[in-house]
Write a new protein. Structure first.
Length: 342
């Protein structure tokens, strides 16, 4: 989940504590607020691994720092430092920081990529696919809460309203995740696998059908709309694509994380730019995250000229690869796939 939303959740936890906690003149509110926000953010300390290479970042992100032992260590560290300003109040600071760190891990578990919660005992990533990676609704409610509080509304009423809205959104997300995937089964081919990324909008669900041949179908449905296929795409499996996928560290780490891998190759000068993306991680017709490697053929071997990783939305209309039309099981109820991503 994004940094701003994590911080908003920490402030929300602090506000809830402030509304319900009995007055304590020996406990600094500013220290508790700092512990809450730092506890909400410190798990993403592993982003410093980008300094040691993109492949190291992909490998390390959401592992040790997002585990239960990691949250415990960070909370103890925060409490040890912050109690210098609130002598004797280390336990209160510890539990505030630990709760916020656990909430950080839980919110990331609810996304598509999940976290290695039980590291180092297990490397398995747990992902419940309920929340989108960006949940700005919670940020809006934080601003709403601050505005209402400044208007003189009692803090307890503001906290109950904003916490209630946050829990309502989470309930809708869970309900959406349980109900809408069942609606796409009539158009799922027997040899396809279905993946359902978290919905950006609570009432709308995107889905991806992956065929063993490399054909990927993109679709969507909602509480009020039957499932439709938006586009059909097939990965262009060139020699350069296979080299990036199997012979480069960045490609191997990305393919380990990607749930439905797609790729395409573009000519660039006297070389090739190979792009890899996770078809599950998308917002409408935008893919917010992909990697790229620029190669040049030197004799019978490829040389890597540059490589990168981008967290920015781009339009799939720029994709290469072969576009195909895929037969649908129920053409009367579902439009054919003529809305093509190219």
């Amino acid at each position: 989940m994004d940094t701003i939303t994590h911080a908003a959740m920490g402030i929300g936890v602090y506000s809830t504590w402030l509304a319900f906690a009995p007055p304590d003149p020996h406990l600094s509110h500013s220290v508790m607020l700092a512990a809450a926000v730092l506890g909400s953010e410190i798990c993403d300390l592993d982003t410093v691994m980008r300094l040691f290479g993109r492949e190291r970042f992909l490998y390390a992100h959401r592992r040790a720092t997002h585990s239960l032992p990691g949250t415990l260590f960070f909370a103890l560290l925060i409490a040890a430092v912050f109690q210098l300003w609130s002598s004797g109040k280390g336990p209160e600071i510890f539990f505030m920081a630990w709760f916020c760190a656990l909430l950080h891990v839980l919110s990331d578990v609810l996304t598509a990529y999940g976290t290695a919660v039980f590291w180092p005992i297990s490397e398995k990533r747990y992902a419940l696919d309920v929340l989108f990676l960006y949940e700005y609704a919670w940020d809006v409610w934080l601003v709403l809460g601050l505005v209402l509080h400044l208007m003189g509304i009692p803090l307890l009423k503001v906290v109950i309203l904003c916490d209630g809205l946050a829990l309502l959104l989470l309930f809708i997300r869970v309900l959406n995740r349980l109900i809408l995937p069942k609606r796409v089964r009539p158009i799922l081919q027997s040899d396809e696998s279905a993946v359902f990324p978290p919905a950006l909008l609570p009432w709308r669900q995107q889905f991806v059908f992956a065929h063993p041949s490399g054909i990927v179908r993109f679709g969507s449905c909602s509480w009020f709309k039957s499932p439709v296929i938006d586009a059909v795409y097939q990965t262009e499996e060139t020699q350069a694509f296979h080299y990036v996928l199997h012979e480069t560290k960045l490609g191997r780490e990305f393919s380990r994380l990607a749930r439905v891998l797609i790729g395409w190759t573009e000519r660039e000068g006297d070389g090739f730019r190979v792009r890899l993306a996770d078809a599950v991680f998308r917002s409408g017709r935008l893919l917010p995250f992909h990697i790229w490697v620029v190669l040049r053929l030197e004799g019978e071997r490829f040389a890597i000229l540059s490589e990168g990783m981008r967290f920015e939305a781009f339009r799939p209309a720029a994709w290469g690869g072969q576009v195909v039309d895929f037969p649908l099981r129920n053409k009367k109820k579902t439009p054919s796939a003529h809305s093509i991503i190219r």
